[in-house]
Write a protein that binds this ligand. Structure first.
Ligand code: PLP
Length: 393
């Protein structure tokens, strides 16, 4: 391929600012560019590559399934989709699954299912309480459900029916409940907002509040699910059972798949209400099966917790050394508060040293290493970060 970059890259819509690097290969925790430069990747496609780049189990599952059957169409059963749905439901509190291709699509499904449930069982209630700084995707409905600053106007008019409460403030939720309210939807840890965890007391009280008012509790685990926080799903750490959950990102280990899971009591879609050309294709669900089976292997999730703790300890030490702020999050979804708006500068300087980082907000860094990162890789990344901070003007 012609590697003269600048000209051809202009064929891509400039929807995000990209550094002038073209990646050609990935292996585990590392990415390699056209010049064979190696980068330790602590972004992993925004927590998508939960087992690192091109993990053997996913490559093998994809190759084997590609030869066998890629896509009979969503209106026929296929083996990997059934197997993945069975794996997800038997390892969670949910009963049924709908597969999509992106987190936004899974959340759209959750919004539709909640509205359908409201029509059937709650007198047409349709409002879903969501949260300031929450993030649920980039379709019009999920942008309306999100609480990102400025998102209420860029593609106005918004979709109606998503009043915003404040995370960890139960009275702000209570104040929004009306007869039209059908559900509350939140991320157990707000990812894009800068890794802001919902407190256990808040989520538990929210569950009770939802029960009192006959509201569905929907957790968006697109980012926190699939082992990221040290348990298969983050809700498990809160001692509650939601009515619905969405998954995405890590579920395919690098390939596009998402899922809407629901308790039997809210599975009220009728034929034709929900679908999608790429829903539950065997090629992609085979990757999901490989990912979930790997995460359920004995010792895997405990080792995620151990690796996350090593990373958190290292970040706390760095924070002390450089007089930075809080380290927060769970498992391998962590943030370091920088105290001032130097996030972008740190990301750029780290990249120059061969470490890929993410700054979801100008004042903090987010860490999403592969869940199977080795102890040596964590030490390597922490050392690189320390060097970057030392040399920062
Ligand atoms: C990334 C993300 C989404 C959107 O997923 P896409 O695959 O980009 O549509 C939704 N919710 C949360 C919590 C996310 O982190």
């Amino acid at each position: 391929m012609n590697t003269e970059p600048t000209l051809m890259k202009n064929c891509l819509m400039p929807t995000t600012s990209r550094p002038d690097i073209v990646f050609v290969r990935g292996a585990g925790s590392y990415l390699f560019d056209q010049q064979q430069r190696r980068y330790l990747d602590w972004v992993q496609a925004w927590a998508v590559n939960c087992l690192g780049h091109s993990p053997d189990v996913v490559v093998q599952a994809l190759c084997a399934q590609a030869e066998k059957l890629m896509n009979p169409g969503p209106a026929f059963y296929n083996e990997p989709a059934i197997e993945l749905a069975e794996l997800l439901t038997s390892n969670s509190c949910f009963d049924r699954v709908f597969f999509g291709s992106s987190g936004a699509e899974a959340n759209e499904g959750a919004i539709k299912l909640a509205r359908k449930w409201g029509q059937k069982f709650k007198g047409g209630a349709f409002e879903i309480i969501t949260f300031v700084n929450g993030f649920h995707g980039r379709t019009l409905a999920t942008m309306s459900a999100s609480g990102k600053a400025g998102w209420d106007t860029i593609f106005a008019p918004q979709l109606d029916g998503f009043p915003k409460a404040i995370l960890n403030d139960l009275s702000s939720v209570r104040a929004l409940i009306r007869s039209q309210t059908v559900a509350v939807m939140l991320e157990p840890i707000q990812g894009e907002a800068g890794v802001i965890p919902a407190s256990p007391e808040f989520i538990q009280a929210l569950r009770t509040l939802c029960d009192e008012h006959q509201l569905l509790l929907i957790v968006d685990e697109v980012q926190t699910g699939c082992g990221r926080t040290g348990t298969l799903f983050a809700y498990e750490q809160y001692g509650i059972e939601p009515d619905m959950m969405t998954l995405g990102k890590g579920l395919g280990g690098g390939v596009p798949i998402s899922a809407l899971l629901a308790k039997e009591s809210c599975c009220c879609f009728e034929y034709g209400d929900q679908g999608g050309t790429f829903s539950g294709t065997p090629l992609i669900t085979a990757a999901g099966v490989a990912v979930i089976r790997t995460l359920l292997t004995e010792g895997c999730l405990p080792s995620v917790r151990q690796m996350g703790a090593q990373l958190a300890d290292g970040l706390v030490a760095i924070s002390k050394e450089f007089g930075l702020g809080e380290v927060r999050g769970a498992g391998a979804l962590l943030a370091l508060e920088l105290g001032r708006d130097i996030g972008a500068d740190v990301v750029t300087a780290a990249r120059a040293k061969g470490l890929l980082l993410n700054a979801p907000r100008p004042h903090c860094l987010r860490f999403m290493p592969a869940l199977n990162s080795t102890s040596a890789e964590i030490v390597e990344g922490l050392d690189l970060l320390r060097q970057v901070l030392k040399e920062l003007p």
